[in-house]
Design a protein. Structure first.
Length: 286
């Protein structure tokens, strides 16, 4: 192996010798317990001498992130409709194909559908993934999470005994406005992050605010897309005043906080000039 060989090239050479383990399935490390080396890293720039021992780990069968997101987000979209249209096998024959008397139920269906349709559009046209694949086994866990919660939320929101929010139209209208603002903010951040990786570049860069006001949250947090995402589900919780939605929102917040902290630490580690004012997900707090 030449000293100027990249990890990507080493993966390719390994794949030629062992066709079973294609590059996306390989984890190459300097230490068995260390982190996987990135494709763009160059051998001579690593902390090794004239000889180096690299450790290989089989990551198992892989699936592309685009495919993963399409499967994850299509499920909730259609599962919700099964409850919204009150199919006879859901609530019973007496309530089949009836519509709810509460307008908020129709509004909740529109907002829920809009959210996942937006996600599908972003997956196809906006997102640029730094890692092209994920382990195939993870898709079962992810689908159980998204699909299961979609069914749980939809069951209660569309239930014949569902009661509307306590403060009526004021509460609903406020929640819808916040929902749309957070969706617009989330989309704006995804576009801004996508623009950092034009022409297929996988080099990590510091994201900065643009002329779009929704991106100004970058002044205060490292992952405003997660901030807006949590805001979206808080708004949906307020709109529906439904306990399962609130529990889903809480779990989303916990998971996205973990992701945001991890990404924030990566930024601090890789960029010495990273803005010191930023927090992972909540301005000035967390």
């Amino acid at each position: 192996v030449e000293p100027n060989a990249t990890i990507r090239e080493i993966r390719s050479m390994f794949h030629k010798l062992y066709p079973r383990w294609y590059p996306a399935r390989q984890s190459i490390k300097l230490d068995p317990k260390g982190k996987s080396l990135r494709d763009e890293e160059i051998l001579q720039h690593l902390p090794v001498g004239t000889t180096a021992t690299l450790y290989f780990k089989d990551l198992g069968p892989q699936i592309g992130w685009t495919t993963v997101f399409l499967i994850e987000y299509t499920g909730p979209l259609f599962i919700y409709f099964l409850f919204y249209f009150r199919m006879p096998f859901v609530y019973g024959l007496d309530e089949r194909f009836t519509s709810s008397p509460h307008p908020v139920v129709n509004l909740a269906c529109i907002c829920h559908s809009f959210h996942y349709i937006k996600r599908l559009i972003e997956t196809v046209f906006v997102h640029r993934f730094s890692h092209g694949t994920m382990p195939l086994r993870n898709i079962v866990k992810n689908c159980l999470y998204y699909w299961g919660f979609a069914a749980w939320l939809a069951y209660y929101i569309n239930h014949p005994l569902y009661t509307p929010p306590s403060y009526g139209k004021k509460q609903i209208n406020f929640a819808v406005i916040m929902f749309l603002l957070c969706e617009a903010g989330n989309f704006s951040i995804h576009v801004a992050l996508s623009n950092l990786r034009k022409n297929g570049s996988k080099t990590r860069k510091i994201p900065y605010p643009t002329k779009n006001p929704f991106t100004w949250l970058f002044f205060f947090v490292s992952c405003p897309n997660y901030t807006y995402e949590v805001g979206t589900w808080i708004s949906f919780t307020v709109m529906t005043q439904c306990v399962p939605v609130g529990l889903f929102t809480l779990l989303c917040f916990i998971q996205m906080t973990i992701w945001a902290k991890d990404k924030h630490c990566t930024y601090l580690r890789e960029f010495k000039d990273y803005p010191s004012l930023r927090m992972p997900i909540i301005p000035f707090l967390l």
